[in-house]
Ligand binder design. Structure first.
Ligand code: C5P
Length: 276
């Protein structure tokens, strides 16, 4: 396991992390700030993208997709540490391409991934020392995560075992058999596409992973492990722009979203200038 020296470790947790609780509890003593560690699995083979370069290392506006994702957490005061989980053979290369020179103060160690995504996340959980209060898991190939999403998840965790970002299904979804015949049409009103980040108290996700490995259970996301052991998971409405880069068309979409964001930032900066 490769670790990096801890340069200038910021104090865990921030004003933002407990902002919601503090607002509710006006007059009461302020609770201790909680720390959020973000695990960023990026150790997949990216086979659906085709091509020689893994999707997490494809360049988006000159920067690897993973570097975009990691940079997003840098300015979120709620987040105290970010742990990328990358393919073992490319660990050093990944450090050079996505971490070094990016000014990423919150990335203090890089962890090798495992065979399945769940194995990669487990490696990340085991690398957390000392474990923080809350864990968020976020796909390395979702470069448009925002501070608003992270804050909303923290608020949603209150009274729950987990909170996940999601968007309502837009298309009709059908269950189809291996013979390509439709088995049934699902009721779209109750269907959501689940995204990341997914947020959990550390003790909840650690216990769910322990049980899942004892049972030999593999899920396609972390919440499914928590659900399997009776945990309550709340859905938070996210954004259709929080795409997971999976196929070549997604890179075209990502370029467009990035250009739109840059335009919005320029307009906001212009407005701020006028307001002075
Ligand atoms: O395969 P999928 O698109 O669902 O992967 C989501 C994220 O999980 C990607 O960022 C991918 O790199 C990561 N992953 C991983 N380890 C694996 C498989 C996928 O970290 N063994």
């Amino acid at each position: 396991m490769s670790t990096r020296a801890d340069a200038g470790r910021p104090a865990p947790g921030t004003k933002g992390a407990d902002g919601a609780t503090a607002a509710k509890g006006a007059g009461r003593p302020k609770p201790a700030p909680k720390s959020v560690t973000v695990l960023v699995p990026a150790a997949g083979s990216g086979s659906r993208m085709g091509g020689r370069i893994k999707k997490q290392f494809l360049l988006l506006n000159g920067l690897p997709v993973l570097a975009h994702t990691l940079r997003r957490f840098e300015n979120m005061p709620e987040v105290c540490e970010v742990i990328p989980i990358v393919p073992e053979p490319e660990l050093e290369e990944c450090l050079e391409m996505c971490v070094d020179g990016q000014g990423l103060r919150k990335v203090r160690r890089v962890v090798p991934g495992g065979r399945e995504r769940q194995d990669s996340v487990r490696n990340g959980l085991m690398a957390m020392e000392p474990p923080g209060d809350w864990v968020m898991v976020h796909d390395g190939v979702r470069p448009f995560v925002t501070r608003e999403m992270v804050s909303a998840l923290i608020i949603a965790l209150d009274g729950c075992d987990g909170a996940v970002l999601a968007v309502p299904a837009k298309d009709t979804l059908k269950e189809v058999g291996p013979d390509r015949l439709v088995r049934r049409t699902l009721d779209r009103r109750f269907l959501w596409h689940i995204q990341t980040p997914q947020a959990f108290p550390y003790r909840v996700i650690a216990e769910a992973f322990r049980k899942a490995y004892a049972d030999g259970f593999y899920g396609t996301d972390e919440a499914s492990l928590v659900e399997r052991y009776g945990g309550s998971v709340r859905v938070v409405a996210g954004s259709y722009a929080n795409i997971k880069i999976t196929t070549p068309e997604d890179m075209v979409l990502a370029e467009a979203i990035l250009a739109g964001l840059a335009g919005a930032e320029v307009r906001a900066a212009g407005k701020a200038g006028c307001e002075k």
